[in-house]
Design a protein around this ligand. Sequence first.
Ligand code: GRG
Length: 289
Amino acid sequence: MLDRQDRIERTLNTLLPALELAPGRLHAAMRYAVLGGGKRVRPLLAYGAGELSGADLRRVDRAAAAVELIHAYSLVHDDLPCMDDDVLRRGKPTVHLEFDEATALLVGDSLQSLAFQVLSVQSLADDAHRQLEMIELLARASGSRGMAGGQAIDLEATGKTLAVTELEFMHVHKTGALIRASVILGARCGDALSQAQMNEVDRFGKFIGLAFQVIDDLLDAQSSTATLGKTAGKDAKDNKPTYVSALGLDGARKLSEELRADALRALDTLPQSGGRLRQLADFIVSRQF
Ligand code: GRG
C-alpha cells in the first residue's frame, strides 16, 4: 500500500500543472486539493485490479490518477457552502477557505477536465476502442447517472428518513459508482481476465463500494475530527439519513461485515483469490479513518 500510495502521489504531482504555469493561483489550489493527503483508496483498488489482469503498471498509473482526480474534484465541490459547507478536509482547511469559493469551483472543474485529458492523451490499452470504452466508463460513473446524481439525491434526502433500499440506491451512485469504476478501469488496463472474471471484479467493486460508505457513516458517528481529518458527527448534525440512523451502530457494523463477505466471495474465482483486492477489502472495512 505504501509503495502504491507513493507511486500515485508522484504520478499526480507530474500530471498536475506546475505552480509556475499561469494561472498560478488556480494551479496552486488544484495542487493543494490533490497532493499530500487522502488514503488513495480508489487508486489502490485500480492498482490491485490491474495486478490481477496483468496490466502494465504505467497504464494503471493513468487510470488510478484519473479516478483520484475525479474524487478530489468531488470533495472540493462537496465542501462548498452550497453543498455540505465544510471547513476541514484531509486535515487542512477546505479549498474555498484556503483560497476562495470561485477558485474552489474552478478547481473542481479543472480537476475533472484533467482526469479525462489523462485518460485521452496517453495509451491505456493497445486497442483504441477499449480506451474509448474506459473513458466512457469514467464519464458515466461520475455523471448524473453516477456520482453527481448520487449527490443530487443526497441533497434532496437531507432531513428525510430513507429506507435501507433508498439509502443503498443513493450510495450505489454517490460513492459506489466511482469505486466500482476504479476497480474496472484498473482491470481493463490488462488482458489476463476472462469476461466472467471481469464480471466478478465488477461485483467486488459494487459490494466494496457500499461497504466503504457504511464504514464512512460509522466513522462519522463514532470517530473524532482529529482522527478523520474532516468534521466528525456532521451527518447527525445536518440531519442526514445514514446507515447508522437507519440500522443503528450494531446494524451498520453487521451490514459492513456482510458486504465484506460478499465482496470477498466475488474474488474467489480470480487469480490469487483476488490478491491485493482481498487485502484492500479488509482495509476498507477495518479502517479507522
Ligand atoms: C460534488 C459532484 C459532487 C459529488 C460529491 C463523493 C461525494 C459526492 C461527496 C463526498 C462526501 C462524502 C463524505 C461522501 C462519503 C464517502 C466519501 C467519498 C468519503 C471520502 O472519501 P475518502 O474517505 O477520502 O476516500 P480521502 O480523503 O481518504 O480520499
